[in-house]
Every structure is written in structure tokens, then in C-alpha cells.
Design a protein around this ligand. Structure first.
Ligand SMILES: [Zn+2]
Length: 337
């Protein structure tokens, strides 16, 4: 009997040699917490920069946006880049809260979860796309998360899902450099599904440190470039890996320092106007990888971060894991992935 099975397996392998030899597809999601679309597409806001060093680096330059995040901006040519409202492109979070946990729950669940109305590290009752994947035998050891925020194990419900989450070993020191160091260690043997959660941008914004917020955005952009070079120079992942980059919320406008905060002001079912940061539901979404190009979303048909989950699935040819209540994949696949 065993001999027959071996013979059948050998025959199956012979009849589809391409399938047997092709390495599988991979997806990497990188989130840059609370990085405003305003900085990504316009660069540093001159009204918020006071010190000479920051002015020289980010303001008194030929192209402010290019000075801040040149790699990410390049997605407009090499993939898809959605959310530049100055050009009529729109991306939104569709949850009611406009802060982190609801944003990540929506992004990974494929729909807003109205029960998530807090940032506390309470186990997510929703099943994320990461958990749907790790339940599949071929992904059992192929889903990894590198997170700067200690609520992330709860967001992916590590207790239930078993998804390994690496956190900064020294939580008192800046988190992003530690997250990048940990992620670099797996670059040579990239898991099939990886989420890298960066957040110096949000921490520095809340603290009102605009130069540090800009520096965190620049560092994230440099890391993305390094990550992509590593992916594209490794024969196992080159041409077979999709990189999706987005954020969990926007921030308020520059006037009266509202840029520091974010949130809809919704609290216990009512909106508290003083807590509301208008426009912090506005985000951006970037993707590049096999078949990705275009992505036309205007102000009347905004893309949402809900669509990230199904986009991740499509990029690794696993549409079948998309549940009926999940938002559809972003319309960014110019050709089949
Ligand atoms: Zn956040």
C-alpha cells in the first residue's frame, strides 16, 4: 500500500513539475503607527519645525516629501500608494474610534470590530487573518510578529492563536530599533507571513516631539528599503513576496498642536468634542509585489484598512480564507499575483 502511495506521489510530482519546484509566496505587513498622510505626501510641516538641524534636513530641501520617506513614496511607481488627499486619493479607517487597537483589529480582522473600543491589552475576541493562516498546517511555523507595542500579543490573541510575538527586550529604551534588530534576524529565512509593527512615530507625536516623529518616520522608511532589498536579493523570496505598508490611524491637523493627538472622541457611545481630532480617520496604504500596480481610490470610494486582510490573502493565493464578512482585497492587482 505504501509503495502505491509513493508511486502516486511521484506521478503527481512528475505531472506538475512547476508546482512542485516553485517556492511558495510570502507577505510582509509593516505598520508605522499613526504616521499622518500629511507628512508622507507633503513632508515635514514647516510650521511645526523650529530647530535649525531639522529645518536643514526636512524643510529647506528641494522636495520635502522625498526628504522624509523616499522609499515609500516610490510605491506610487513600483506598486500602489493610496491616500494622498492632495491628489484626490483616499484611504480611511472604518472603525468608530481612530486609535490603535481598533485600527489593528480592523486591519487584521478584515472589518471593524465594534467590541474593540479600548487600547488595553485585552485578548481580541475576533479571529485575525494571521490566526486563520497559522491554523493551516503549512503555516504552522510560518507566521511571525515583531511588535513595538505590548498590546500586540492581545490583538493577535497569542493565548488562543499561538502566534509568536517578539517584543522589545528593553521596554524602557526606544522600541523601533529593537524591533528592527529582531526582524533582521529572520530576514535570511523569512517566514511566509510576517507583521512588523513600528511605532516611534506615534510615541513621539503624543509627546509633542515633532523632530523625533520625523526621524522615526525616516528610520522606518530606511528599514523598509533594507527589508525590500533583502527580499529581492534572496532567490527564495525574490519576485514572490508582497510588502504591504500602512498605518492604524491618522492624526489631527497642525493648528493648535492638534497633530499630537488622534481619535474620534467617541467615549461610552457619545462623542466628546474636545477629544475629537477631525481627520484622524484619514490614512494611507502602500503595497508592492507580484502583479501590484495602480489602485485608484477617490474621495467618493475610499480604500479602507479593512481591506488589508483580504489583500494579504490574495497576495499569497489564499482568497479561500477570506470570510464573507471581510472587506474585499484592495483593487491593486493589475495582473494575477
Ligand atoms: Zn496607533
Amino acid at each position: 500500500m505504501r509503495g502505491v502511495l509513493f508511486a502516486l506521489a511521484a506521478l503527481a510530482a512528475l505531472s506538475s513539475p512547476a508546482l512542485a519546484q516553485e517556492p511558495p509566496k510570502n507577505v510582509v505587513l509593516v505598520t508605522i503607527d499613526g504616521l499622518r498622510w500629511e507628512e508622507l505626501f507633503r513632508g515635514a510641516d514647516p510650521d511645526l519645525v523650529r530647530d535649525a538641524e531639522t529645518r536643514a534636513r526636512y524643510v529647506d530641501v528641494p522636495d520635502r516629501a522625498q526628504a522624509l520617506a523616499p522609499f515609500l513614496l516610490g510605491f506610487a511607481q513600483t506598486g500602489a500608494l493610496i491616500g494622498n488627499r492632495d491628489a484626490g486619493s483616499c484611504a480611511l479607517v472604518s472603525n468608530d474610534f481612530w486609535f490603535s487597537y481598533p485600527g489593528y483589529a480592523e486591519m487584521l480582522g478584515g472589518r471593524p470590530n465594534p467590541r474593540v473600543r479600548y487600547n488595553a491589552a485585552i485578548q481580541n475576541d475576533d479571529v485575525t487573518v494571521l490566526e486563520r493562516l497559522i491554523r493551516r498546517p503549512e503555516f504552522a511555523d510560518q507566521v511571525r510578529v515583531f511588535a513595538e507595542w505590548n498590546a500586540v500579543p492581545a490583538i493577535v490573541n497569542t493565548e488562543r492563536s499561538g502566534i509568536p510575538v517578539s517584543l522589545p527586550p528593553d521596554y524602557e529604551a526606544p522600541h523601533d530599533p529593537q524591533v528592527m534588530t529582531a526582524a533582521r534576524e529572520v530576514l535570511a529565512d523569512l517566514p511566509r507571513v510576517t507583521w512588523i509593527n513600528l511605532g516611534g512615530t506615534d510615541t513621539n507625536a503624543h509627546a509633542g516631539r515633532y523632530p523625533d516623529y520625523l526621524a522615526s518616520a525616516s528610520a522606518a522608511d530606511a528599514f523598509l528599503s533594507e527589508l525590500w532589498t533583502s527580499i529581492e536579493t534572496n532567490p527564495r523570496t525574490a519576485g514572490r513576496t508582497t510588502l504591504i505598508v500602512t498605518t492604524d490611524h491618522g492624526r489631527g491637523a497642525s493648528a493648535r498642536n492638534r497633530w499630537r493627538g488622534h481619535g474620534s472622541g467617541r467615549w461610552r457611545g457619545i462623542v466628546v468634542p474636545g477629544l475629537r481630532h477631525v481627520g484622524s480617520d484619514a490614512v494611507w496604504i502602500a503595497a508592492r509585489g507580484p502583479g501590484i500596480g495602480g489602485g485608484s481610490y477617490g474621495m467618493e470610494n475610499c480604500a479602507t484598512v479593512s481591506q488589508v486582510a483580504a489583500t494579504m490573502l490574495r497576495s499569497i493565493d489564499l482568497d479561500e480564507e477570506r470570510q464573507s464578512d471581510m472587506a474585499p482585497a484592495l483593487d491593486v492587482f493589475a495582473t494575477a499575483p
